[in-house]
Design a binder for this molecule. Structure first.
Ligand code: GUN
Length: 281
């Protein structure tokens, strides 16, 4: 029988730990504030941003909300970021991605002070992660590590295959698994014999963005499978990159969609906000 890794439960644990830490900081007179900026009104982004604000409220972090119109210029957005960078009362700055096409996303990420980059997207934080120095780590991959550790799944010495090489998930994910002493392979759309490569994995982390692409043929008997994908099927049901019913019987542990990796992203964002007190010192 396989173990279902319960991301809802684990994310709640982490949020409650954050809430306790925030309360302790408050007693010392230290308040935490996250600025959340959304440009335009993409419905999916609005849902994410609202969930982030709700999590802040639950934990006791103040959230400053900037809901900017689609026509906002790059200069206007940069001016707001500059102001927030300079504001000592602001711990974290998050610009919800994607931004409208007329705004250069890289330029925006670079403009955020690395000490307030709670998304962990700034090159300085990515670089720090690569060489094992302190900094913010991208929330979704950091959440996967917490899922594994808190489910008592050992990583050291394991064969890990990460499918996907995005800057936000695949690349930082592989570095984090390396840091935990796994033997890591990064696979992607140009990988030859993807099935054979995936079948080597003791831990298979899937972030390809293709609904239910990974079937039992890709999975070694007894593997741990982590599904980072989230898609809405016809009829509104959610699914991941993994065909769950086909794959699960072959696993020792697997994350469901929804309720696996998804809730971890916001929990780790909250943890980064709380960690910002130490990181900014
Ligand atoms: N868009 C989709 N995921 C994320 C995220 O984790 N952070 C930000 N800022 N934008 C996103």
């Amino acid at each position: 029988m396989y173990q279902i890794i319960d991301g809802k439960e684990i994310s709640t644990q982490i949020k409650n730990e954050c809430r306790d830490r925030v309360a302790a900081y408050k007693e010392q007179g230290v308040d935490i504030c996250l600025a959340v900026i959304q440009v335009g009104n993409d419905p999916a982004s609005s849902v994410y941003v609202n969930n982030k604000k709700k999590a802040c409220e639950y934990i006791g972090i103040q959230s400053l909300s900037y809901e900017l119109p689609e026509e906002t210029t790059e200069e206007e957005l940069l001016a707001i970021i500059d102001k927030l960078n300079a504001d000592d009362a602001v711990n974290g700055i998050l610009v919800q991605l994607p931004v409208p096409k007329h705004i250069d996303e890289d330029k925006i990420i670079r403009a955020i002070s690395p000490l307030k980059d709670v998304d962990g997207f700034h090159t300085q934080n990515v670089g720090a992660l690569c060489i094992g120095q302190k900094g913010y780590v991208s929330c979704t991959p950091a959440g996967v590590i917490e899922l594994l550790k808190r489910s008592n799944i050992s990583i050291e010495g394991k064969e890990c295959v990460v499918i996907g090489r995005s800057n936000i998930v695949g690349k930082p994910m592989s570095i984090l698994m390396l840091r935990e002493n796994a033997t890591v392979t990064i696979a992607h759309s140009r990988t030859k014999d993807l099935k054979e490569v995936c079948k080597r994995a003791d831990i298979l982390i899937v972030a390809i963005g293709k609904p239910e692409m990974i079937t039992a043929e890709y999975v070694k008997e007894g593997a741990v499978v982590i599904d980072v994908g989230i898609h809405r099927k016809e009829g509104k049901k959610l699914c991941g990159d993994v065909l769950f019913d086909d794959v699960a019987p072959h696993c020792s542990a697997i994350t469901p969609v929804p309720g696996g990796v998804g809730p971890m992203t916001i929990a780790m964002l909250m943890k980064n906000c709380v960690d910002s007190v130490e990181i900014r010192k």
